[in-house]
Write a protein of this length. Sequence first.
Length: 415
Amino acid sequence: MHLEFPYGDRILPVDVDDNRVVAVLSPNRVPSGGEAELISGAILHPVASKSFEAFLLGAEDVLFVVNDATRPSPLERILDTVSPALKNKRVRFLVATGTHPPPDERDLRRLFGRHLESHRELIAIHDAKNESDMEFVGTTRFGTAVGLNRRIMDAQKCIVIGTVEPHYFAGFTGGRKSFLPGCAAYATVESNHRFALDPGSMTCALEGNPVHEDMQAAAEMLGDKSVFSIQTVLDGYNRIVAAFAGDLDSTFRMAVGESRKVYCVPVPASAEIVVGSVSPPLDADLYQAHKALENAKPAVKKGGIFILAAACPHGPGNDAFVRVLSSEKRPEDVLGKVQKEYKLGYHKSARIAEFVLHSQCWAVTGLDPAIPRSMFMRPFAGLQAAVDAAVAQKPDGKILFIRSAGTVVPEIHGK
């Protein structure tokens, strides 16, 4: 069997014996109408909200809160549809970076497309560490002191644009996540993300998930702030397959249902070898690409091998994430360190440490091999070489391949 997987700006080929392959997973294909029709239909029929025209009535100033470049974004396509209604408004944009690095010129072009030049001077980039940009809005019942970018609090109207897909500890991206972590103070994000260590913080889980519930509580602190939400679900080719507009929580919940149809993919059994290929933009760095490991974890048999294929053109990512893993010789010691003192990024370190106590993690990346090796991952220069080595180690092992492994969630239906 000859297979091909996206890897940065190129393709990685793999040849493997057909009899070894359990399945090749990709996002499910979901029938949909044209993208423009889906967006227009959502805006014409808002959920639990006044109409878009009524929302804009009397507003001179409108703030868009939009994804950063670590998420696939349909922003350009949505602006194509809504721009005519905004002709006489002062339109500004806040890029919800959370604690991610600021987008560069290439990222901005990917996000805004043909609308970049006309809006460039009105685009602000959230900086979680700039305390002068933050306004304290309250403390959640979980004890998180919520600081949000004051541009949100000062805006007459906010339009939130999100994409909803599985997330390994928030349950799903999108919706409330645009505010926390998207536009929150660094300390607020750090306080929220410490709950990622809680066993209830899992992929596709919302109820009983303290990360999600804390994010939701933060969004509710906006109170009477006038917010109109546009939430989309994309397929494996970043095409819009569903769109919902109106109330923030209602649109998020409806998009979650559609997202499950796209990204939760049944598989007959777990496997001794699982290969997860991460597509752009989640392959930007190892910190983001790690999501593939979390999604695939239930599909890897105990003692098995997970092979991560992610280009990581921006390096390993979050410094704390790398530092805590590389500072210890044993994964058990990493877990002990994280439990003693949590810092933002440590949750990913703990998750990798937990994984390698259960199974092996191998990595095909563009990183210096010393980096994954210091993080308990075995580095390989190519995907074929990694697959061949895994087969040699497990001569009777079956292989499960996962495309778009950063978002696809295998659901095991067998043993």
